[in-house]
Design a protein around this ligand. Structure first.
Ligand code: 13P
Length: 250
């Protein structure tokens, strides 16, 4: 960790109904009131139908709200999609883009993610841009090449260290309970910081790690020089666990 402010982000994915989300958000909101003196930033990214409810549950809190994806267009005949303007209108300040569950589950290309990120920036959203290799790509010693290509193709011309956060999420570590080793994380984060230098102020950019982050491994991960926060899936659904991860950053 450096003087970059830690960002603790929760990706709820497709989990929780209204009551679950509200209870989770309210518990967290009480711990992090407006004026945030905790020493870290906190972001939650609920499923789209819950955004309005969670925004209300977070009132009086410094916790920020984000979407899990957005379309590249402002409006129109795009059934099932959500525009960046709609996210902004729903109270979001951030949007996750390029998650592996979108890249692999929905066939999203880096080119498409780039267009979405440009649109998100146009609407004043901070993009949490995800990159990460599969297990096969790592086994074939191609992890850095894959991540470099994803970064170069997905980061839009509009990116700055302020409006873009990079999240490294090795696909094989997501939801598997298998956290990447500190060496893997450390090497890849240093590589990412070097790689993005042509696109933004790399010294200022915040780089998150994601993939089976839990209270038991958070401190070790967050203590690494180039890790400026975490993007948490499963453990972000349990208020005590997510809070324990967050406090491990300070
Ligand atoms: P898990 O923390 O459940 O492994 O998920 C990580 C992730 O994909 C966050 O975006």
């Amino acid at each position: 960790m450096s003087n970059r402010r830690p960002m603790i982000a929760g990706n709820w994915k497709m989990n929780g109904l209204r009551q679950d989300g509200q209870a989770l958000a309210k518990t967290l909101a009480e711990k992090l009131p407006v004026g945030n003196t905790a020493g870290f930033d906190m972001l939650v990214c609920p499923p789209f139908p819950l955004l309005g409810h969670i925004e209300a549950a977070l009132s009086g809190s410094a916790i920020m709200l984000g979407g899990q994806d957005c379309h590249m267009r402002d409006k129109g005949a795009f059934t099932g999609d959500t525009s960046p303007a709609m996210l902004k209108d729903a109270g979001c300040s951030h949007v996750i883009l390029g998650h592996s569950e979108r890249r692999h589950g929905h066939g999203e290309s880096s080119e498409l993610i780039n267009a979405k990120a440009t649109a998100a920036h146009t609407h004043g959203l901070v993009v949490v841009l995800c990159v990460g290799e599969t297990e096969k790509e790592r086994d074939e010693q191609r992890a850095q090449a894959v991540v470099e290509q994803q970064l170069m193709e997905s980061i839009p011309a509009s990116a700055t260290a302020e409006n873009t956060i990079i999240a490294y999420e090795p696909v094989w570590a997501i939801g598997t309970g298998r956290n990447a080793s500190v060496e893997d994380i450390s090497d890849m984060h240093a590589f990412i910081r070097k790689t993005i230098a042509s696109r933004m102020d790399a010294a200022k950019a915040r780089l998150l790690y994601g993939g089976s982050v839990k209270p038991s491994n958070a401190r070790e991960t967050l203590s690494l020089e180039d890790v400026d926060g975490v993007l948490v899936g499963g453990a972000s659904l349990v208020a005590e666990d997510f809070w324990a991860i967050a406090t491990a950053s300070i």
